[in-house]
Design a protein. Structure first.
Length: 270
């Protein structure tokens, strides 16, 4: 029996990368999954984002583990859309026990000279989207007086070394710092109700959000300091983050709350 047998997890950004890895890992541990992804392109994002086919592949991988999954296309910037997915998912799978606010977009300039769109799209997705995710699903946890929430931040939410004046990069660091603030206020609010809240802080992860021509060229142009780790590896793997999350949301982490949890090959200690 897995550590999460009988649990239901609500996961955003689940079509590929870390989100798919989290869905598969938690399914391996016995959880059923409510999976959300925009599965469409945000115009200011210069690299290809997830597609409906990507989300369908997440469904295939979870179902191959003989777990149930409800997967829907929704934008985390739209609270009402998330609430609708939560209602539909719970009607089929039962109450939500775990929330993983994972959806996010990477650093980008949002078009040359565009100081407004790049900033706003990143803040709306990476910060407001995290708030919306929690607020859409947390009534289930409150009703049960139990549950666990993990918000995906970044090493940029601890150090902020990757902005370099670019509006998208600056917004990324600001949003990821803001996610820590959300985690701490949620932990104070929800802890007395039996609900734990933590953040994870990956260094660069081997996913399409980082491993694409646009971002790799940015690093080649002199921004590699943003992802230089003490342990001499360029990236961690999605499963490394999923393993940490599985611990945080299981009974093994039952007294861990209000914690910023790095999985970063020592980046934050530099």
């Amino acid at each position: 029996m897995g550590r999460l047998e009988g649990k239901v997890a609500f996961i955003t950004g689940a079509a590929r990368g870390q989100g798919r890895s989290h869905a598969v890992k938690l399914a391996q541990e016995g959880a059923d999954i409510i999976a959300v992804d925009i599965a469409a392109q945000i115009p200011s994002v210069p690299y290809p984002m997830a597609t409906p086919d990507d989300l369908a592949e997440t469904v295939r991988q979870v179902e191959a583990l003989d777990r149930r999954i409800v997967a829907r296309e929704a934008d985390v910037r739209d609270l009402a859309a998330l609430q609708a997915v939560v209602a539909e998912g719970q009607a089929e799978l039962g109450p939500i026990d775990i929330i993983l606010a994972n959806a996010g977009i990477g650093m980008s300039a949002g078009g040359e000279g565009d100081l407004v769109t790049a900033w706003q799209d990143v803040i709306d997705t990476n910060l407001t989207g995290v708030y919306n995710t929690v607020m859409a699903a947390v009534p289930s946890l409150i009703e049960q007086e139990a549950g666990a929430i993990v918000l995906t931040s970044s090493t940029q939410g601890l150090k902020g070394t990757g902005g370099n004046g670019d509006p998208g990069g600056t917004a990324y660091a600001a949003a990821k710092h803001g996610v820590v603030g959300l985690m701490r206020t949620f932990a104070h609010w929800l802890g007395p109700k039996g609900i734990r809240v933590n953040t994870v802080h990956p260094t660069g992860v081997n996913t399409p959000m980082i491993r694409n021509e646009i971002i790799e060229q940015m690093f080649a142009d002199g921004n590699m300091d943003a992802v230089t780790n003490i342990i001499p590896i360029p990236w961690v793997e999605p499963i490394d983050i999923s393993n940490a999350i599985a611990f945080l949301v299981s009974d093994e982490g039952r007294y861990v709350t209000g914690v910023a949890f790095p999985v970063d090959a020592g980046f934050s200690a530099r």
